[in-house]
Write a protein that binds this ligand. Structure first.
Ligand code: PIR
Ligand code: CA
Length: 310
């Protein structure tokens, strides 16, 4: 059964891999890409999304521009990781198809409204501003969406601060709105994504694909390897965002567990932290799940197979 998804993202090297993974997976139908200011400004990430679709020859997928900044805060970008363009180190073709006139939140509401109830999955791989705006614009989407899967947060880890992961840190109020609605939310956080390492093995394998998208992946990883090493000391770069797609393609690759998740918005040291309650079995009405384990081998097999299909 194919899954229809809307991918809300801020590309971004690992967002780019998530887009290719979704496009190349027969079980995933990418209904739309919506963009959000995060890794870089909204202009840059929206252009990147369109350029990736152009490279993949898939410009029929509509792109909707979303929030320029978080609900209450100024946008914080991550040039130390993704460079000034948001996708430094690669070249993309000039997109030939324009972005759509509607805004992301509006498009999410319309697509969910026009689709079969329970059929659309929302995937968030950037700050959650657009998803929060969509649910405030039309609360009825909560019961119509199949599930929400996000890359963000962490049970025991932070990256942008000691306590917070970048996507939640940038817009904690939006994350709080998304986690507090009674739809099913699965948090694929740093505990798992820090194991999705693009080792030189993986990159060598990708190099053998020998297609434009295979080369694109290799170039993405070349830059991402250096920036992650210089900014964070990683020997191999963690490729966060495609873990959400892996979870949808094959849930056995990303083990999850029901647990209440709350988002800290005000802590002096802990703003942007996801507080996961693992003390006891989750209550029956718990609507949130957290990812705890990744089958790394199978993960890369799925990602590279998808890229090879493009
Ligand atoms: C990755 C990101 C931001 C900062 C760092 N250091 C690494 C971006 C990725 O695109 C991913 O969605 C998430 N934010 C990981 O924190
Ligand atoms: Ca991202």
């Amino acid at each position: 059964m194919t899954r229809r998804i809307i991918l809300d993202c801020d590309p971004g090297h690992d967002d780019a891999v998530a887009i290719m993974f979704a496009l190349g997976s027969p079980d995933i139908e990418l209904a739309a890409i919506t963009t959000v200011g995060g890794n870089q400004t909204i202009d840059k990430v929206t252009r990147n999304a369109r350029g990736i679709l152009a490279l993949c020859g898939r410009e029929e997928v509509p792109v909707y521009r979303g929030a320029e900044r978080p609900l209450l805060r100024q946008v914080e970008t991550a040039p130390s990781i993704h460079g000034e363009t948001g996708l430094d180190g690669v070249e993309l073709p000039i997109p030939t198809v324009a972005e759509r006139p509607q805004r992301a939140a509006q498009a999410i509401v319309e697509i969910v409204r026009e689709s079969e109830p329970g059929s659309i999955t929302l995937v968030g791989t950037g700050p959650l501003t657009n998803l929060a705006l969509a649910v405030r614009l039309e609360p009825a989407i909560v019961s119509r969406v199949r599930e929400v899967v996000i890359m963000g947060g962490g049970i025991y880890e932070g990256n942008w601060t000691a306590a917070a992961e970048f996507n939640i840190w940038v817009d904690p109020e939006a994350a709080r709105i998304v986690f507090d609605e009674p739809w099913r939310v699965t948090m694929v956080g740093l505990d798992v994504t820090h194991r999705a390492l693009a080792t030189s093995d993986v990159v060598d394998q990708a190099a053998r694909i020998n297609t434009p998208t295979g080369k694109f992946f290799v170039d993405l990883m070349r830059f991402f390897r250096v920036s992650n090493r210089e900014a964070f000391g990683f020997a191999d770069p963690p490729v966060h965002d495609p873990c959400t797609i892996a979870y949808l393609v094959d849930p056995a690759v990303v083990v999850t567990k029901a647990a209440p998740v709350a988002v800290e918005t005000r802590g002096e040291l802990t703003a942007g932290a996801t507080v996961v309650d693992l003390r006891a079995p989750a209550p029956a009405n718990c609507n949130t799940r957290v990812a705890t384990q990744l089958d790394r081998e199978r993960f890369w097999e799925l990602v590279l197979d998808a890229i090879a299909r493009l």
